[in-house]
Design a protein around this ligand. Structure first.
Ligand code: ATP
Ligand code: MG
Length: 399
């Protein structure tokens, strides 16, 4: 038996001129992720249908839940355009919902085949009657039903119930490709996810300060990148060895400026990587006021070392909300593993809160970081993380 899914798309529907391009991106993304087995994608009247063999349904559902541009999806049943077959499918669709505790329902019918003997209202009424008969405890509630059964009569009849939510947003790549500064923390993976869901394909850049930061810290970042790969269909992770840069900062800069200067060096490196990889933006997990380095003044200073737009999707997001998203996408458990990321070499007691733009530009530029940053970028190691149906969860925490 085949499994059939009805896919609901979101914002793409609102696109006027280039809707076809958005739709093609979505279809390509879906086909690519399901390329390890046979699948069929078709679209009719603004609806998408995916058919896979039953044994691949778990993989298909995993992919459908993780593809940007898909608002939601539902497992559907396709039957002949006969009311008794439609009714049988509707009763079968209601059964698990009643079991899950639904006490009220409604039927929403759509008929695009005007030759069908009943109109939408007639279909809904008749099916409502059949369902009430099959489940005597159930009541109809057209305003706030616990369960909705959808019936669409087209070239065939489709029956389905409330489906699962998707990532929503826009298809991958419709916003081009950016560079995510990915640390082992909670924020940057969520920032990446937010922009992936807006259609920005991503590569990730991690600054590693081995041996001051451990191999486990790198593995944690790799696992975060692999998790993001499950939303983006794959992920390139660049690892820049930043030990020398950090040691120079420690040697040459006043303690209260070290964090700020490290961020500026990261921005400089990100600019070089974005340029050489042909990317269009830099993405960070910064949130206004969260830590000393994340003030508007400091962002102005660090941002001045690139002319790419620095996208900070969490800038106005409360930490609690970021944590909720991190849990939902499965990065939280990885992020809270104890391995330190980049800044262990210095943690000044009184970091600069509001960089004086002109003064800091002068002081930082006088220290001459460009060359040593360029060396770190030249020594970048690249790992390609493929799309996988089982993204790694948290790696084991040693006791
Ligand atoms: P996160 O939880 O994402 O680490 P944070 O709140 O700990 O964020 P910072 O450590 O100040 O904030 O880092 C701010 C941003 O700078 C991060 O969100 C990330 O985008 C980037 N960043 C910080 N450290 C690194 C690193 N070692 N490698 C790559 N990017 C980094
Ligand atoms: Mg951090």
């Amino acid at each position: 038996m085949d499994a059939l899914y009805l896919i609901k798309i979101g914002e793409i529907r609102l696109k006027e001129g280039n809707r076809a391009e958005f739709e093609n991106r979505l279809k390509r993304d879906l086909k690519r992720r399901l390329s390890s087995f046979h699948s069929e994608v078709s679209s009719r009247e603004g609806r998408y249908y995916l058919t896979v063999a039953e044994e691949n349904s778990a993989e298909a559902e995993f992919a459908l839940s993780r593809i940007p541009g898909i608002n939601g999806w539902a497992r559907a049943v396709k039957v002949r355009k006969e009311m008794d077959e439609i009714a049988e499918a509707a009763v079968a669709a209601v059964a698990p919902l009643v079991k899950a505790g639904a006490a009220t329902f409604k039927v929403e019918a759509r008929r695009s085949d005007k030759g069908f003997p009943l109109d939408s209202y007639g279909i809904a009424r008749e099916l409502g009657g059949v369902i009430l008969e099959a489940f005597p405890g159930l009541r109809v509630d057209v305003h706030k039903p616990d369960a909705t059964i959808y019936v669409e009569v087209r070239e065939r009849a489709y029956v389905y119930s409330d489906g699962s939510l998707g990532v929503r947003g826009l298809p991958l790549g419709s916003g081009g490709r950016g560079l995510l500064l990915l640390s082992g923390g909670i924020d940057s993976p969520v920032a990446g996810y937010r922009l992936l869901s807006r259609g920005l394909a991503l590569e990730s850049l991690y600054f590693h300060a081995y041996p001051y930061t451990s191999h486990e810290a790198w593995e944690k970042v790799r696992d975060l990148a692999a998790n993001l790969a499950s939303f983006s269909g794959g992920m390139t992770l660049h690892t820049a060895p930043f030990t020398e840069v950090q040691l120079k900062i420690k040697r040459d800069a006043l303690p209260e400026k070290t964090t700020l200067y490290l961020r500026a060096c990261m921005m400089m490196a990100a600019d070089m990587v974005a340029r050489s990889r042909g990317l269009n933006s830099i993405v960070t997990g910064e949130s206004l006021g969260q830590v000393a380095s994340q003030t508007a003044e400091n962002m102005r200073f660090t941002g001045s070392y690139t002319d790419y737009p620095v996208l900070r999707p969490l800038v106005g997001t409360d930490k609690e909300d970021t944590i909720l998203t991190a849990r939902a996408i499965g990065t939280y458990d990885i992020s809270i593993l104890p391995y330190e990321d980049c800044c262990v070499l210095f943690s000044p007691k009184h970091p600069i809160l509001k960089a004086d733009f002109d003064a800091e530009r002068k002081a930082f530029d006088a220290l001459g970081f460009r060359e040593i940053v360029a060396e770190a970028v030249a020594a970048i190691e690249r790992v390609e993380l493929p799309f996988s149906f089982t993204p790694p969860r948290a790696i084991a925490v040693p006791r």
